[in-house]
Structures are given as C-alpha cells and as structure tokens.
Design a protein around this ligand. Structure first.
Ligand SMILES: Nc1ncnc2c1ncn2[C@@H]1O[C@H](COP(=O)(O)OP(=O)(O)OP(=O)(O)O)[C@@H](O)[C@H]1O
Ligand SMILES: [Mg+2]
Length: 362
C-alpha cells in the first residue's frame, strides 16, 4: 500500500476535472494536469500567478473564493468562463469551491474543482434544432391547410366536368379524380388532427350512445362480412366527462380496424365496464380516479410483435389503402382525456383493444 500522500498526489493528477489550490492571497499554489489541458498553460507557468489570470473579468468568482477563505463556505455549480493563453478564447466551466483545511481545521486556502463544460454546451446547442421540429410542425399544418384549399377547386371542377361528359369511360376517369382527391383531403385532415394541440370540449357523455351511433354506420359492413357481433354493456355505467365527437373518432377507428382485421364469419365483441384495476393519479387529484373501460375484441388476423411495437407510430400501416394514422390519432385523443389505450394481440387469433377513460376530468 502506498503512503497516503502518494495516493493523494495520484488522485490529484489523475482527476479528469481540473483542480486548483488557491492561497489566501488568491494566487495559484498547485494545479493538476487537467488544468494544463483546459487552459493550454503549463503548471509551472501558472504557479504563483493570480487566480484572476485564469478567470479574468469575473470579480464575482474572486468574491466567492474570498468568502470560502474567510468563512469556510462551499459553493456548487458556479458558472464561469475560463480563458486560454491565446487570450479571447473563452470556454465555459462549472466550478465547485471548497475550503482547504489543515488538520487543526484552520482554513489554509481554497480548492477549486473545474469542470470543462464546452462539450456539454456544444451538445446542448446541437439539440436546439429539435426546436425547429416544432416550427416544422407549424409549417406542416400551414401546408396541410393550403393543400386542402385547391383540392376543393379540383374536386368541384371534376364534378362539373363529369356532369357534362357523355362518354362513360371518361366519366369513370373523373370518378377516380374525385375519389383520390377525397383520399388526399381525408389524409391531410387527419394529419392536422394529429398535429393540432388538444382542444376538447367536455360534456356529460354517454359512451353507449357514442358506440351505438358508430355501430349504425358500420352495420352494413358487418352484414357484408358476415361478422357476428356481441355487445356486453354494463347498464350501470356512469356518464363520463368527454368530448363526444372526438371519442366517436376514436371508437370509429378502433371498430374499423377490428372489422378490417376480421375474416368472413368472425366475431366482434364490445364490452363496457367500470374499471377498478386502473387508476389515474394527477398532481391535482392524488386520489385514484374511477375509469370506465371499453373493450373491443376481434377474432381477426391479430398482429406479430413487430407490428405491435409500431402500432401508434404515425403512417405505420400494413394495409394497402391504410394511412397508418387511425391509432396515432386515437391515442392522442384518449391521452388528451387523461386516459389510456392498451392493446393485446396474438397472431392468427385476434386482438383486444382496451380504452380506459376517467369518469371525471378534474
Ligand atoms: N384490430 C386489429 N387487428 C390486427 N391488426 C391491427 C388491428 N388494429 C390495428 N392493427 C394494425 O396496426 C396498424 C396501424 O393501425 P392504424 O389504425 O393506426 O392504421 P391503419 O388502419 O393501417 O390506417 P388508417 O386507420 O389510417 O386507415 C394497421 O395497419 C394494422 O397492421
Ligand atoms: Mg385504422
């Protein structure tokens, strides 16, 4: 085992952060190799020089060092600027100041731990472009809006032309124009839904009524695909505080997905219940809130793990005519309502989607 002095010496020189021992007259007594590296000055060159040479024009730092020397106070996280030999080259540092005590506890100097923050600051700067992403979102919203305007014109003109054209196959071409325009319009509209900030209009909502209104729309598809449909509704289910129109979007997306995944003759089951297994805690209400759960179970094709992982990623779709926005939008709406969506699936067997929504929003 080495002598403690050797060990201390080694620690002093091995530290990757800079270490400076300052005398009561604010000159540099000792410094380590990291200080040489950081300030591009040899230890000999700075020995016995005023501390101010390393941190020029920063009286607040010298004040703090004096405080340490007088009172034994410590300071953490002191931001400062180091200056290299080639003056005018400054770099950010973070200082920790502590008193240097002798064995009799008398203050003999101050120890300054110097952390070079150049890389960290640079990384922070590099992350800034993320801000641009928000701007990009705004740009995309603006663009989406501008795309929809001329689409209206294209659609209207195509419809007028279609009216006047006698040739049947030419009319069919125009039908394609109209339906494709509608598809772009829908896509752009949904993209805007996904990008816009939460804007929910709360009112007492009967979730059974929401479900019924959607199921009426899908009735024909059930019949065509020969899908057996089961409802297991809890008649005592309380009303919830929610934006009815937005929830309609959610359940329409989920029921459409279930139908699209179902084979001919499959079953689709919708269950509603009060959920006791899941509680939401918020900073305002620390008591668990009661939720309702709506479960949509299909006996369709299910999903492999890869698809399950990417379920909520916008534009991820396995369907030739899908946009991959349905679940992303549904999740956004449910989260805007402080709820959750849970999806379990087994390839070849079917999928269960559970939507949890708090009964009260506040
Ligand atoms: N009930 C389900 N059964 C099997 N796969 C599903 C089910 N729900 C979603 N998926 C899978 O998740 C993908 C993403 O679904 P999502 O609703 O977000 O988009 P989409 O249905 O492909 O397109 P869109 O809803 O925009 O028309 C689907 O393409 C499908 O692979
Ligand atoms: Mg979908």
């Amino acid at each position: 085992m080495k002598e403690p002095d050797d060990i201390n010496q080694n620690i002093f020189f091995s530290l990757i952060d800079g270490l400076i021992l300052v005398s009561p007259s604010l000159s540099i007594l000792h410094s380590n190799l990291a200080i040489e590296d950081m300030f591009h000055k040899s230890r000999d060159a700075i020995a016995n020089r005023p501390l101010e040479e390393l941190f020029p024009r920063q009286p607040q730092i010298l004040d703090k060092v004096e405080k340490v020397l007088e009172t034994g106070a410590c300071y953490h996280d002191v931001e400062a600027k180091g200056e290299r030999k080639t003056a005018s080259v400054e770099f950010p540092v973070n200082l920790t100041l502590s008193p240097y005590l002798e064995s009799d506890d008398s203050i003999q100097g101050a120890i300054i731990l110097v952390k070079n923050m150049s890389l960290i600051r640079e990384l922070e700067q590099r992350q800034r472009p993320a801000d641009h992403l928000n701007n990009l979102g705004t740009l995309a919203m603006g663009l989406a809006h501008e795309i929809r305007n001329p689409l209206g014109g294209i659609r209207g003109s195509a419809q007028l032309l279609r009216h006047d054209i006698k040739n049947k196959s030419h009319r069919e071409y125009l039908d394609v124009v109209i339906s494709e325009v509608d598809r772009i319009d829908q896509l752009v509209k949904r993209m805007m839904d996904l990008a816009k900030p939460a804007d929910i209009k709360l009112k007492e909502t009967n979730i059974h009524k929401v479900l019924e209104e959607i199921l009426i729309l899908e009735k024909e598809t059930f019949r065509l695909k020969n899908i057996r449909f089961q409802q297991t509704y809890d008649p005592s289910l309380p009303h919830i505080e929610a934006d009815e129109d937005q929830l309609k979007q959610v359940f329409l997306n989920l029921i459409k997905n279930a139908i699209e995944a179902s084979r001919n003759g499959g079953t689709l089951q919708i269950v509603t219940r009060v959920s006791s297994s899941f509680a939401i805690k918020t900073p305002i209400a620390s008591v668990p809130r009661q939720n309702i759960a709506v479960e949509i179970m299909d006996s369709g094709e299910g999903m492999d793990e890869e698809t399950q992982k990417k379920l909520f990623t916008p534009f991820h779709t396995t369907k030739s005519k899908g946009s991959g926005l349905g679940l992303a939008i549904s999740l956004k709406v449910v989260e805007d309502h402080h709820g959750k969506i849970k999806i379990t699936s087994e390839k070849g067997l079917g999928t269960t989607v559970q939507v949890f929504l708090p009964i009260r929003q506040r």
